[in-house]
Design a protein around this ligand. Structure first.
Ligand SMILES: [Zn+2]
Length: 135
């Protein structure tokens, strides 16, 4: 049992179990965390009026404010099991966006951890004598 994805082109099934989807929908409805995007959407106009921003800074604020919102479009996920629907909005992919960079950072860490050998590691530092080039 998977989730039917309706992206306007017909739909694609993915293998995520319906139970996970439904818990995701519950988490989405009960979201309590505050994001930088939430703050910019609420106070961004005031900040722009009271601060002088260069075009790149304005562009970054616009991207962060629109990240993961209907402004950038998205996909509607529908659970095959219970019919629950949840919109998943597109990311801005701006390099200054903490939401996008958090995901990129977590993927990078996961990829580095996959490179590790299944042994305990020890981080050892040895003083090095620069003039003589010895440890
Ligand atoms: Zn983003």
């Amino acid at each position: 049992m998977g989730i039917q994805v309706d992206n306007g082109d017909g739909g694609v099934s993915i293998t995520q179990p319906a139970v996970e989807h439904c818990s995701l929908a519950r988490q989405s409805k009960n979201r309590l965390s505050l994001t930088v995007g939430d703050i910019i959407r609420r106070y961004g106009d005031h900040y722009r009026q009271t601060h002088s921003l260069c075009p790149e800074q304005n562009k970054a604020l616009d991207a962060i404010a629109s990240c993961r919102t209907a402004t950038l479009g998205g996909h509607l996920y529908r659970c095959d099991h219970c019919g629950a629907e949840i919109p998943i909005y597109n990311s801005c992919n701006n390099r200054h966006c903490p939401t996008c960079q958090t995901i990129a950072r977590l993927r990078w860490i996961e990829a580095r951890q996959a490179d590790l050998l299944p042994i305990p590691y020890l981080d050892a530092h040895h003083p090095w004598c620069a003039p003589c080039g010895r440890l």
